[in-house]
Write a protein that binds this ligand. Structure first.
Ligand SMILES: *Cc1c(COP(=O)(O)O)cnc(C)c1O
Length: 397
């Protein structure tokens, strides 16, 4: 075949910077703080529950909506943590990770040609999910105010058009590390109600918040439950990203719509992993307290080493990610910085331009993932501090 067989709407998504930077890490032997996955496994009870589920015959298709014990555990967790009640039979759907939930939700609820609002920078699957649905992406920029990224309410209001159907909201936010506050969420809720928008919320980092910051689901705001689909990921909650167990909670008609699409994407999967997540979700607090403590320490080690050597770091209230300004170490272009970091400092990061529709918009930003062991983070922090010292010397010379 002489012509590229990929249909045009997916052409912008052909290669990802994540694969490129991971390959660079392999080639150079650099520490990979690029892709966001932990380098240690989740709680031992989770792992043994999965092994037990495999050995005790939980290996065939689960029910389409998910294993009943998991849906019950999810309903109990959301009621206990956020006061949001969901019926496990009609208002909860287990998916192949949050990624499938996002793609199925957009495809099920947004007619081709209508618009989906997203904050920019945005997680890379959003653009492809919107393209798959034949919908149109409209972006609202997050800007640093002081050192924290947030949106301008006027810009948000101006982005809505008569074709806008849904608002895909991510909090805690990848890659900026912002956790939207009650006041910011109230602005979003007001926009959704005024324009009758569906809200689809990506809350995969809901439990990974630091310094006493609280995660607030948009669905818990007055009037929002009836128009909001909330998406979670056991992969992020329990250090099991390869399991791809996620879920959607929302009003029965919206969940039924997503189920209809999901049925023909994967039908259902991960039976033993669903059983394992069901077994540990009720006892999540001890694991999550420890995880938050470890992530906070890793963030602090990295951030302190960077700021003390001249790097400008942005606020990180949650997630796995710390963003920095490449200009603070003498680079106008994050991609150039990432290539030099890999080859000269032995650390791989992601240029945050990858999270913008036009990569030039975020060219000065770079993202580090700190969801790694203390020893790995300490080594990477030392290398990055040394790199900055060298960069400043060159700049001075
Ligand atoms: C990791 C991630 C996802 C994907 O979650 P899976 O459960 O692995 O599919 C979705 N959204 C954001 C913001 C993420 O960082």
């Amino acid at each position: 075949m002489s012509e590229d067989p990929l249909v045009g709407k997916f052409a912008p998504f052909r290669s990802t910077i994540f694969a490129e930077m991971t390959a660079l890490a392999h080639r150079t032997g650099a520490i990979n703080l690029g892709q966001g996955f932990p380098d240690s496994d989740g709680p031992p009870e989770l792992l043994s529950a999965a092994a037990e589920a495999v050995l005790s015959g939980h290996n065939q298709y689960p029910p389409l909506p998910g294993v009943p014990a998991l849906r019950t555990a999810i309903a109990e967790q959301r009621a206990a943590d956020y006061g949001t009640p969901y019926d496990p039979d009609t208002e909860i759907l287990v998916t192949a990770g949050a990624t499938e939930a996002i793609a199925a939700a957009v495809a099920a609820l947004v007619p081709a040609g209508d618009e989906v609002l997203v904050f920019e920078p945005y997680y890379d699957s959003y653009g492809a999910a919107i393209a798959l649905a034949g919908a149109v992406r409209r972006t609202v920029r997050l800007h640093p105010v002081g050192d924290r990224f947030t949106f301008d309410p006027g810009e948000l209001a101006a982005a809505v058009t008569p074709r806008t159907r849904a608002f895909l909201v991510n909090t805690p936010h990848n890659p900026t590390g912002t956790v939207l506050s009650a006041a910011e969420l109230a602005v979003i809720a007001e926009i959704c109600e005024r324009h009758d928008l569906i809200a689809i919320t990506d809350e995969v980092y809901e439990h990974l918040v630091f310094d006493g910051v609280r995660h607030i689901p948009l669905a818990s705001l007055p009037g929002m439950a009836s128009r909001t689909l909330t998406i979670s990921s056991a992969g992020k909650t329990f250090n099991a990203t390869g399991w791809k167990v996620g879920w959607v909670c929302g009003p029965a008609p919206m969940v039924a719509a997503v189920r209809t699409v999901k049925q023909y994407l994967t039908f259902a999967g991960g039976t033993p992993f669903q059983h394992a997540v069901a077994a540990v979700l009720p006892d999540r607090h001890r694991w999550l307290d420890g995880l938050r403590t470890r992530l906070t320490a890793a963030r602090d080690t990295l951030r302190d080493a960077l700021t003390s050597t001249g790097w400008r770091c942005f606020a990180c209230q949650g997630t796995y990610f710390l963003q920095v300004d490449a200009r603070s170490v003498g680079y106008g272009d994050g991609t150039a910085l990432c290539h030099d970091l890999a080859t000269r400092a032995g650390v791989v990061a992601i240029p945050s331009g990858a999270f913008y529709a036009d990569p030039a918009s975020g060219r000065e930003l770079v993202r580090f993932a700190f969801c790694k062991s203390p020893a790995v983070i300490a080594t990477a922090a030392g290398r990055l501090a040394g790199f900055a010292a060298g960069a400043h010397r060159e700049g001075a010379a």
